[in-house]
Design a protein around this ligand. Sequence first.
Ligand code: 13P
Length: 251
Amino acid sequence: MARSRRPLIAGNWKMNGLRADALALATGVADGVRSAGWSDREVLVCPPATLLAAVAEAVKGSGVLVGGQNCHVNPNGAHTGDISAEMLRDAGVSHVIVGHSERRTDCGETDAIVRAKAEAAWRAGLLPIICIGETLTEREANRTLTVLETQIKGSVPSGATAAKLVVAYEPVWAIGTGKTPTTAEVASAHAHIRRVLDGLMADAGAVRLLYGGSVKGSNAGELLAVGDVDGALVGGASLKADEFLAIAKAA
Ligand code: 13P
């Protein structure tokens, strides 16, 4: 079943990268993907907004996809400092991360806002990567599956189909900490996410579910071998071309 869903390895660069380093990184990833010649997996990089157009240009023709890290819900207007999904699309982008836990925490993004952002992505012709995940407190209180269910039901717009979204499970306590859930915990979370999606859409079995949180070259094989894990959303390890390519190779 897992192989019927083409794995997606996505690098979330977060607020990292000045032009020279970022272009070297993008070129390194593009060269690696070009020489690997993968047609059975997708590789995506999500640089900061200032570098989107330059990175899109740098990876052109390599097969590497480019995504934004956030978008506004509106197409344009008086929203100083914000960027719309249409603007991302105009910069050469095909995907956008919405509802990352750092934005849920730093910017107070609720499930309703995340859902509106996913709809904005659709409006602009982008594929949203909808992020969900429990905090350590929630996990320790045995609330993980309930929290995930609430986030999915609140963040996934109606009218969703497998071709129109990707879901990323990122336990908040695993992000940037070097800690990862056990493979059994990942399997349980992903199976639950798919069950909840099944109540919302007709083809939930075909939705790609990414795992994110301290993924690196050395643990990618194990995490990506879990049933219902269809790729990875990678933070820190996506800032080094070799490390990121090692994760893509493991897919
Ligand atoms: P790390 O891979 O650095 O833990 O970050 C994960 C993440 O937040 C990706 O969106």
